[in-house]
Design a binder for this molecule. Sequence first.
Ligand SMILES: [Zn+2]
Length: 326
Amino acid sequence: MTFNRRKFLGAAALAPVALAAPALIRFGGAAIAQTASPVTPAFIRRKVGEIEVFALMDGFGVFPTAMLSGFDPAKAEASANAAHKPFEGQQMTIGINAYLVKTGDRIIAVDAGAPSAMGPTVAQWAASLAAAGFSPDQVDTVFLTHLHADHVGGLADATGAATLPKAQLVTAEAEWAFTHDAAVYAALPAEFQPMIDTSRAMVKPYDAVKTLIQPGDEIAPGLTTVAMPGHTPGHLGLRIDSGKESLLIWGDLLHSTAFQFANPEWSIAFDADQAMAAASRKAALDMVSADGMMVAGMHLDFPGFGYVEKAAQGYAFTAAPYDYRT
Ligand SMILES: [Zn+2]
């Protein structure tokens, strides 16, 4: 078992901070804090060499800034201003994206959005998939960066049946073990347990068709997984290489476009191991800023494609121009 109890309990010690936040309490059970506006399905397509990548909008959530360790209001406001993001005081708006990769005869979903129980501003993943021109039975693989509820929410219907009837599930062996570990579950504050209940229910119909992998494994030609532990023990990025072009889909490497590029040392309460998450974040930001590699992320502002550069304060994110190539 790769789960480190001491490190996990360290993260659990932060729970009182998180539990002070009403949004988190409701995250697993019913609903995250909401604004009035509903969200509509959307997709954006682009090419990475010969490979097609679609960003699929799931929606967004509003979370308390108290969930960020190290959060400093003055620094945060300056960071938001530098990133041209509205500063919302004690709350932050966080996008929820998923992706889909079409390469050769393969159609690979990369995460699957949030469950509808999280509220009216999420759970548009299936509609965005349809808007992009795909039917669920065309998807042959669903690759999961990790198994948090906001990444697996579209995988099962109300009866518990698979919504992707022909898809195999691919995720890290360590991630599957962490999510299904009885001791991990028992050590969670009661308010976190519904999140894990949801995760387990959403992946259950794929139990017999799952492939558990190791970091660095290739899941299709040109699609290589990348170890990014900390957010969860088995958290993986997905690197796509075709011709001279590359894209790193980094899952939940960071959550706040407004704050965490400028302050990559700030971790979020959802990070199981805060220090390890910050180390993975720093290493990846160093790498993609040095290489000029395009990135995408599940909590970057939709569609999430962009570039990272070193800045006077930490790093800065620039959204990628629209890709008109067919
Ligand atoms: Zn997430």
